[in-house]
Design a protein around this ligand. Structure first.
Ligand code: PYC
Length: 404
């Protein structure tokens, strides 16, 4: 068969937009596609369009360092991310696609008494919720992280670490493809290269969206666009406290496998793991200024290398092969904003900052349940839109991994 005569390998060809959908999801990243999948699978809602301005998984889903963990600080966060981790563990089978889900263990290094105190706090909250996290000493760190300089060049000696056994990595873009294919197989339409330019409302509720391919009516709009959130919420005059900061990452040339675990140092602003190909996948703090851009900078790699060499001196000899950036939609309390909003029929899944990939399955599932029921799923109620006006914040900064 000629290529043009074959069945599409992954997604059916999408024609024109329909006149009306029950649900329009803005954003064809992991969260949007997961929501489409669970709407169709768990609620029988299939008259759904996912509108993506670029290509599937081309936003933050394809721009993170693929870390999955549930070692959060607040009970609300721990419950939510642990439910996500549980879903991740069965996801390759559910979606019939190899996500290369790999449990590695996750070290968060402490270089000060204050950091160690936070690690103890997190370990206590985690264990209370049945999650395998514990504080370990420098010897355990040295045994699991070959090549580490525990003195960090004399600058920030490692005093201990939070060890989180279920910490994992997975092939990030396959998560988007898997959810997209599963949703499409149930009748969801996925329209790439389709930019939402406006949201229509009447009588205090959503009635449709305008796109660069025409207008459609709909009963509900779900915004799942991470770093583009302010552009979408401005369309419905819904102010949020979200600010956008770039988060950059890079990979080195491949080297012989030496590192099984995921390593995070909030104080050194470094985190890394070794991919199945042997590359070190690494990142640092968010950029020190708010910016709506995915450009990468030399300053990022230079600063990261400077601190990484303190931790793992041999990495001074490695070349960086590739770098990229995503746009983090940060909230003041470092927890997401999810669920219903003051505008009927408009739902928000945002504020994913630097921790959105690991939440993909549970965000999709709980947002789908919220849209189907018209009220927040209990797991996301703590992350509700109006928590900033009634001062019920969910302070997760201590578990954010990335410096801010
Ligand atoms: O939250 O685990 C995390 C993380 C790692 C890198 C960026 N965020």
């Amino acid at each position: 068969l000629l290529g043009s005569e074959r069945e599409p390998r992954f997604f059916p060809e999408q024609g024109e937009l329909r006149d009306r959908y029950d649900v329009v999801i803005i954003g064809g990243g992991g969260h949007g596609l997961a929501c489409a999948h669970y709407l169709a699978k768990e609620h029988g809602i299939t008259n759904v369009a996912v509108l993506e301005q670029g290509y599937l998984g081309g936003g933050n889903t394809g721009r993170n360092t693929t870390i999955i963990r549930s070692n959060y600080l607040t009970p609300e966060g721990v419950r939510f991310y642990d439910a996500s981790l549980q879903l991740f563990q069965g996801l390759s089978e559910e979606l019939d696609i190899n996500l290369f889900y790999s449990t590695r263990g996750h070290y968060t290094l402490a270089h000060s008494d204050e950091a160690l105190r936070t690690m103890r706090w997190r370990a206590e909250v985690n264990r209370h919720h049945g999650i395998d996290s514990r504080v370990v000493g420098p010897d355990a760190v040295a045994a699991d992280i070959p090549g580490i300089d525990l003195e960090c060049g004399g600058n920030h000696p490692v005093m201990g670490a939070l060890y989180h056994a279920p910490g994992a990595v997975a092939r990030h873009d396959a998560v988007a493809w898997g959810y997209g294919r599963a949703a499409a197989n149930r009748g969801v339409e996925i329209h790439q290269q389709t930019r939402v330019t406006g949201i229509r409302t009447a009588g205090g509720r959503v009635t449709g969206v305008d796109t660069d391919r025409g207008a459609v009516d709909c009963g509900a709009v779900v915004s799942m666009v991470a770093g583009s959130t302010p552009r979408i919420t401005a369309m419905v005059d819904l102010p949020t406290p979200i600010e956008i900061y770039p988060l950059q990452a890079c990979v080195t040339e491949p080297v012989k496998p030496f590192l099984d675990t995921i390593v995070v140092s909030g104080s050194l602003h470094v985190y890394l793991s070794q991919s199945s190909r042997g590359e070190l996948v690494m990142g640092a703090a968010v950029d020190p200024y708010s910016l709506h851009s995915t450009r990468s900078s030399f300053e990022f790699v230079e600063g990261l290398a400077d601190r990484l060499i303190d931790l793992l001196p041999f990495t001074a000899r490695l070349r960086v092969n590739r770098q990229w950036a995503g746009m983090s939609d940060l909230t003041p309390d470092f927890a997401p904003i999810m669920g219903t909003t003051p505008l009927d029929g408009f739902y928000l899944d945002a504020g994913w900052g630097t921790w959105g990939f690991k939440a993909t399955p549970i965000s999709g599932q709980t947002m789908a349940a919220t849209v189907a029921a018209g009220r927040n799923h209990e797991l996301i109620e703590p992350f509700r839109f109006d928590r900033f006006t009634d001062f019920q914040l969910v302070g997760e900064k201590g578990a954010a991994s990335v410096g801010h």
